[in-house]
Design a protein around this ligand. Sequence first.
Ligand code: NAD
Length: 492
Amino acid sequence: MAEKEIIIDAIINGEKYKAEKQEPRENPTHPNEIVGYAPVNTVEDTIKAIDVAHETFITWRESSIDDRVERMRRAIQKIKDNTPEIAKLLSREHGKALYDSEGEIGVSLMWMEYACDNVKEVLKNEVQEHDNGKTIIAKDAIGVVSAITPWNYPISLSTIKIAPALLAGNTMVLKPSPLAPLAVSRVVEIIADEFPPGVLNMVHGEADVGVELTSNPKIAKIAFTGGTETAKHIMKAAADTIKHMTLELGGNDAAIVLSDFDINDARAMRRLVISNFLTAGQICMIAKRVYVDQSIYDQFVEKYIEAANKWIRVGDPFDNNVTVGPVNNQKQAEYVQSLVDDAESKGAKIVKLGTILDQELFEEGYFMQPTVVLGADQNDPIVVEEQFGPTVPILPFENDQHAIELANDSIFGLTSSVWGKEEHAIDVAKHIQAGTTMINTAAVQGLDVRFPFGGVKQSGIGREYGKEGILAYTDTHVINVPKNRDLPYIPE
Ligand code: NAD
């Protein structure tokens, strides 16, 4: 039986807001099937949402933290109760395997709970009695936050912003990506329902909506996750009104495999494969370049291909046996293929990985057979660019210093990983320019919502998760009561 088409609306001032235009979202597994429709909001709609959020901020900022936490916990429970339905919708519109969608919602809930558990402590006023009186250091809400999110992890990358922003007393207008707008909208509806009208608003649409959300003078902070090129436009759009910003951008994460990595450790090898191919490689923090000590390179490649062939089973996201679904959209699939073709044309060897479970379906959807690229050069686009898809180059290095140079030879610096004996790996990790470096694991497998996450260099500004991820939605407000109020050097 055909699934019901989902219709999503914008949310402005606690009400569903009908847009004049709706855009269909196709199912990447069966591109002829429409999963649902999301609105294409206009700049005028966006201004309405911003105005409401701006107005609501005046009262919301005065609400008690206990009240905010109670509301968020109710939303968490409702998301939990609805996880099976939301996960299914996410897999249909996104293409990621069902276990992956459930995992994304699980991480989102974990973070929302962490934010609820910790917000009071993080926002607590610091009061100092000192030799010159008393000083209160308060953490104030910033104002209206515009949250703009990408398609690859639409729910976790939205809740990562919504939870701390609202708990800290801000209001928000959120814009999901048109490439996966449906499941996240269900989550936003649930949260918005638990809060007073106008606290959490949502609009949908394209770059024009994004431009309004990043240039409107009533927006105080931008929380953006997406591509580095888009972030450059955002910084320019925001410049005229000097906004706070958290930018979580692209990555080209290196995995360094040291000479003492045990290539016979099947679990570690599988972990590395997963860190390259989970969500069909469409994760900011996936390992996108693998560098292997030349002394073990040949044996490593052989074992890696063996492990990849075992773990990668490409097919229908709803088949329990499937580990890798289709790519989210045709443009992305074509881009990834162009990088692979370019490497092959320059003499690299392309090795196909894994099993295609259903050839007919494979040809119908935006599927790609995962590949490993051998013999590419450090300067080839497959190594330099963020491929964001199911292919990974493996390159040899001469010694640890060389590996560090190769890893740092990038405009990006999101995460990275080092694989080998623990002490040795930590020694190498210390020299890598990245927001996070994981030892003997990588990508979401090593993610911990209790610790700050974000990039260096052109991978971003600021941090999400951890206490820093809550503080990012506050501004420091010092209330100073000095005993000596007059400066002695200013003449009477
Ligand atoms: P994207 O930059 O194309 O789009 C992200 C969002 O920005 C979308 O909602 C889009 O509609 C909006 N947008 C587009 N133009 C805009 C403009 N001019 N002003 C304001 N908003 C605009 O990114 P994408 O293709 O959706 O996502 C993939 C990228 O996101 C990759 O580079 C990936 O590495 C990155 N990403 C980073 C993280 C992280 O935490 N660092 C996490 C996930 C994805």
